[in-house]
Design a protein around this ligand. Structure first.
Ligand SMILES: [Mg+2]
Length: 177
């Protein structure tokens, strides 16, 4: 069995993280979200911290950001480490982290979350469907992802995949299998 885990909003509390990030950028949450919408979402671009800093007329201060990203474990949902650890111990399946977004930004978040070691592979793709289409799956696949729009597409292209919308949903699913 292969288990694909999404990162944001499945393992990692993205909203809580964004509030902290806004603060670190010297912005209110509203200001951050306004920038996010105007410069990234509306332009269909992945959020990039480096690009956002440029827009704000700020330099990327390596030391400051290294420190900020160093330990993001407080943004990991409670019970996540325990659940991943149990899956790993139980050899439930090949665990792959599949996240969509800006490579540098996602890498830093995943590294800082302390969850990287649970996964046999960590993939940051610009499009999940294209990535999945490039692989050949012979084994059973479970896909854990909170984005319903994406899940609809997955269901269409990979009708044999089982889909869970959260870690809890997934736990229920594996009990049934
Ligand atoms: Mg997500």
């Amino acid at each position: 069995m292969i288990i694909f885990f999404d990162f944001d909003d499945v393992l990692f509390n993205r909203n809580k993280f964004i509030s902290a990030l806004a603060g670190e950028l010297g912005l209110s949450l509203d200001e951050f979200l306004r920038d996010y919408n105007n410069y990234f979402k509306k332009k269909k671009k992945n959020y990039s911290l480096r690009e956002h800093l440029k827009i704000l007329g700020k330099f990327y201060q390596r030391e400051k950001w290294d420190l900020f990203f160093k330990d993001l474990s407080k943004f990991v949902y409670p019970g996540t480490r325990e659940a991943l650890s149990a899956l790993q111990r139980g050899k439930t399946g090949k665990m792959i982290l599949l996240s969509r977004g800006d490579k540098d930004f996602q890498e830093k978040k995943i590294q800082g979350s302390g969850l990287r070691g649970f996964f046999e592979e960590v993939i940051i793709a610009s499009d999940k469907i294209s990535f999945l289409s490039s692989r050949n799956f012979k084994e059973e696949v479970i896909f854990i992802n909170d984005k319903q729009e994406e899940n609809k597409k997955i269901k269409k292209y990979f009708p044999e995949f089982k889909i869970a919308e959260s870690l809890d949903d997934f736990k229920k699913l594996i009990k049934k299998i």
